[in-house]
Design a protein around this ligand. Structure first.
Ligand code: NAP
Ligand code: ZN
Length: 370
């Protein structure tokens, strides 16, 4: 427990209007930016306008690539690369949910290494990148404080982390960008943050710093439970979910994610289940598995305590209430995903070789059959 390495280099600034009030940080990164964002939401929630205001104030040139897909494919990022590679871009600003911010991290690698075969982003490790600024408009992935980028790799038919470490240089958090987010997105992304807290906390790579960060994250999340049930999200709750999500990013930047994330990727790839929901549906069975089969009873009990649930079943009722299970996935598909999960050494090693094929299959079956 006491032997660990803690590294979290992202500078985090949080307040309403943080982007407009801190234009100076953009100036410190260069003279030309590429903004990576999705097609719609950043135009509606003010984040794109605020960023453009700050860049123009500092006389920084910019190009907007507003075609980042949900669960971005490498091909989507290669499109952005082809569009801006001759433009002498100094830094990238990712605005949106996890998809545009992860796409920004991947583009930052490609722009720094323009001659590489882009598919090598999954193979060669520790490539350099140009700086990335993250402006999250969902509260869920925590990618603003992680070195990861989850890309859809059509060649292997699933989503996976690129093999690089790109911590954003700055994370600019403004909870007002979350106001007006449809309830379903708010819930799915919040449960993604909860999955990060849980998986990071129960990981073999958890350490003193990641644990106290996770415990504060559970505390903040607990304040939001009633709002998630009632679909009622005043500003103070949006702020708490955002902070819980950013803390959860810090947690997984140290401890990583484990079974629910690894098992959730094929549900997103093959069945279009949103990322947070895919994790959320697996959480109750995962907690049961950790409680019954792994040496994690007291940590599971701490999670339940901090979230103020008496039992794992009560936790499961909460998830069911906010996230109906309408997935209907066949047993033969679940067998296939079980076999592919058994090859995911990165995630399995978060539980020290204690997970067997039958355990994965049971978590799937207990979570997903209607
Ligand atoms: P997302 O895929 O980025 O966005 C989902 C939807 O939400 C999009 O339609 C987007 O619209 C919309 N949206 C974003 N902000 C909004 C707002 N403020 N109001 C209304 N709609 C808004 O969703 P996400 O759950 O944040 O990110 C998921 C991705 O992150 C997955 O690929 C997942 O694997 C990855 N992830 C990464 C990490 C990491 O550490 N790198 C961790 C966990 C998950 P627009 O397209 O118009 O913007
Ligand atoms: Zn996630």
């Amino acid at each position: 427990m006491n032997k660990f390495h803690y590294f979290m280099p992202t500078e985090i600034l949080c307040n309403q209007d943080v982007v407009r009030e801190n234009s100076i940080i953009f100036k410190s990164l260069g003279n030309k930016a590429c903004i990576m964002t999705g097609a719609n939401s950043s135009k509606k929630n003010g984040s794109l306008n605020d960023t453009i205001y700050s860049l123009e104030k500092e006389n920084i040139e910019y190009i907007v690539f507003d075609s980042v897909e949900e669960n971005p494919t490498l091909e989507n990022i290669i499109n952005a690369f082809n569009r801006v590679k001759e433009e002498q871009i100094d830094f990238i600003i990712g605005i949106g949910g996890g998809s545009p911010i992860d796409a920004s991290k991947a583009l930052a690698i490609l722009l720094k290494n323009p001659d590489m075969d882009p598919y090598e982003i999954f193979e060669i490790s520790n490539l350099d990148s140009i700086p990335v600024v993250a402006i999250p408009t969902t509260a869920g992935t925590g990618t603003e404080t992680t070195p990861y980028a989850i890309l859809t790799d059509n060649r292997v038919g699933t989503k996976r982390n690129f093999n690089q470490k790109v911590f954003p240089k700055y994370a600019l958090l403004d909870p007002s960008y979350l106001i007006g987010t449809p309830d379903e997105i708010t819930i799915n992304t919040a449960i993604d943050a909860l999955s990060h807290l849980i998986e990071g906390y129960l990981s073999v790579d958890a350490n003193l710093f990641s644990d106290f960060t996770a415990e504060k994250g559970f505390d903040l999340f607990n304040d939001c439970v009633d709002s998630l049930i009632a679909n009622d999200f005043p500003y103070a709750i949006r702020e708490r979910i955002m902070l819980a999500s950013t803390l959860a990013g810090v947690v997984i930047s140290q401890a990583g994610t484990s079974l629910p994330h690894g098992m959730g990727y094929p549900l997103t790839y093959h069945h279009k289940i949103p990322h947070g929901k895919a994790n959320g549906l697996l959480l109750k069975a995962y907690l049961n598995f950790c409680y019954e089969n792994l040496n994690l009873r007291s940590k599971v009990e701490t999670i339940l305590d901090l979230l103020e649930f008496d039992t794992i079943d009560q936790f499961g009722q909460f998830i069911k209430q906010i996230m109906p299970n309408n997935c209907n996935i066949s047993e033969s598909d679940l067998r296939k995903y079980t076999l592919s999960m058994m090859k995911n050494e990165g995630k399995l090693k978060k539980h020290e070789g204690l997970v067997e094929e039958k355990d994965i299959y049971e978590i799937y079956i207990n979570s997903l059959t209607l």
